[in-house]
Design a protein around this ligand. Structure first.
Ligand code: BES
Ligand code: MN
Ligand code: ZN
Length: 493
């Protein structure tokens, strides 16, 4: 999908979108449009309620001849999220009308949101709403939309709109890339393949990617990570992505750590079939990190970021780690294995320790499909978050407000930390309820007082059914929020 800013009505678009607030009167230069809107508005009781769609096809040669009129509701009630929903509806309706090129006006759609923000959202959500995963289907129902034109009526907005459009496009593309990675089945997306995807992405957009094989991981002393990985026939890969956009401030580096279980069978604590069927998605955190790295590098943000993914599979064999085992970790702490299905935190603590010791990160944000309990707490509506630092957390909250990916902070009370203790080792990997908090705090034991954020995307990186601008499957959740977390960091300097 091509998205561009146009300066005048060039008549190359077959479809034009007109957003209408409930409480406004409108006049249009084009008489036929004027008549259409006027006619509808005269129908008794008719209101441009939010989300109402009325499409017209005018019997004329001149383009545009298809019109999508969309209700925006009350002006004072309009929000960023409503704009996202409007754009998603427009894309769906456009494909239904077999539109090839759609013309939108950010000023028209959202008089209450800045032109920059609405331009960015139009570009971003157009890509998200047009996405599908049909790589493995012979019978593809192709979407008709090929181009989105965003109309800049006022010359002095042009430059800002170009930049916003580019940012929106990059974020949209990074997010659907993450969706593709999640949707790719585990027999295809092996740890090695995930590493190859990260490498290709780094080469394409300009960040460095180093991949460590099993022997090198062993040498680093990542015993917790290797305990999880070792039952699989498919060897693990430690993926390290480095982007230094602020070389003058080398000591400031954000570490983005993504859980990269390309499949989670549960190990010897095997999952029931229903719990296993979607476990190719257990690398949703890794996908978010790789996607965010791609966007950060393309936008050339002035900040240093190191992404780390300890990719592996949690499988079963005669060599599998067991419940009751006591294992070591790169940090030297010993861990009692209460459940082989609480594997994510084992891979993550070694990745976190590696990021601090070897990559010298000064702040850490980990993102992981870590606990089913995240779904009990907040459903698929919001991502539970833990943090040891209010300033850093607020920065994430701001990022979340910018993207609409909701987060909610859970407490780190001392009483919960007590639960991590084991009678026979330094820590246990299954400290019990509340599962999302104890899982997160387990990782917190390895962050060495660095500002730290933990995001549990178990229920937000994967969707069981389609919604406004997301389809069933991988959501690409976290990509945009991580991008803004990093971007906000570059702003506070
Ligand atoms: N990958 C799962 C978490 C998960 C569950 C993600 C459902 C997405 C949907 C994780 O490795 C896991 O199995 N967690 C266990 C932890 C328990 C054994 C302490 C869980 O949540 O049940
Ligand atoms: Mn598991
Ligand atoms: Zn898992």
């Amino acid at each position: 999908m091509e998205i561009k800013i146009i300066k005048s009505l060039d008549q190359s678009c077959d479809t034009r979108v007109i957003g209408l607030y409930e409480d406004e009167t409108y006049s249009f230069e084009d008489e036929e449009i004027q008549e259409m809107v006027h006619y509808l508005t005269k129908v008794e009781e008719f209101k441009w309620e939010f989300g109402k769609v009325e499409s017209f096809i005018l019997p004329r040669e001149a383009k545009p001849n298809k019109f999508i009129l969309i209700g925006l509701g009350k002006k004072e009630d309009f929000t960023l999220e409503k704009l996202r929903k409007v754009v998603a509806k427009v894309i769906k309706e456009g494909n239904r009308l077999k539109a090839k090129c759609i013309l939108l006006e950010p000023m028209g759609i959202s008089k209450v949101i800045s032109v920059e923000t609405s331009t960015r959202i139009i570009a971003e959500i157009s890509i998200l709403a047009n996405y599908k995963f049909d790589r493995y289907q012979a019978d593809k129902k192709e979407n008709s939309i090929q181009e989105i034109h965003i109309w800049c009526r006022e010359e002095n907005y042009l430059e800002a709109m170009e930049i916003s459009c580019q940012e929106g496009r990059i974020l949209g593309e990074a997010t659907v890339f993450a969706r593709d990675l999640v949707n790719e089945p585990a027999n295809v997306l092996l740890p090695i393949e995930l590493a190859n995807q990260a490498k290709a992405t780094g080469e394409k957009y300009g960040f460095e990617v180093e991949v460590f094989d099993e022997d090198q991981i062993q040498e680093l002393g990542m015993e917790a990570y290797l305990s999880v990985a070792r039952a699989s026939e498919n060897p693990p890969r430690l993926i390290v992505m480095r982007y230094f956009g602020d070389p003058a401030n080398q000591e400031e580096r954000i570490g983005l750590i993504g859980k990269g279980l390309t499949y989670d069978s549960g190990g010897l604590c095997i999952k029931p079939p229903k719990g296993m069927i979607d476990m190719k998605s257990d690398m949703g955190g890794a996908a978010a990190v790789i996607g965010a790295m791609a966007a950060i590098a393309q936008m050339k943000l002035q900040v240093n970021v190191v992404g780390v993914v300890a990719a592996c599979e949690n499988m079963i064999s005669g060599n599998a780690y067991r419940t009751g085992d006591i294992i070591g970790s790169m940090a030297g702490k010993t861990i009692f294995i209460g459940s082989t299905d609480a594997e994510g935190r084992l891979t993550l603590v070694d990745a976190v320790h590696y990021a601090i010791e070897k990559e010298k990160v000064s702040k850490i944000c980990d993102i992981a499909t870590l606990t089913g309990a995240a779904g009990y707490a907040l459903g698929n509506v919001a991502t539970p978050v833990l943090s040891n630092n209010d300033v850093f957390f607020n920065q994430l909250q701001e990022a979340s407000d910018q993207t609409g990916e909701k987060i909610w902070r859970l407490p780190c009370f001392e009483e919960y930390k007590e639960l991590l203790k084991s009678n026979v080792a330094d820590l246990t990997n299954s400290a019990g309820n509340p599962g999302t908090i104890t899982a997160g705090l387990f990782i917190g034991e390895f962050v060495q007082e660095k500002p730290w954020i933990h995001m549990d995307v178990a229920y937000t990186a994967w969707a069981d059914k389609a919604s406004d601008y997301s389809v069933e499957g991988g959501t690409g959740g976290g990509v945009r929020t991580l991008y803004y977390l990093v971007k906000n960091e570059s702003k506070i300097k």
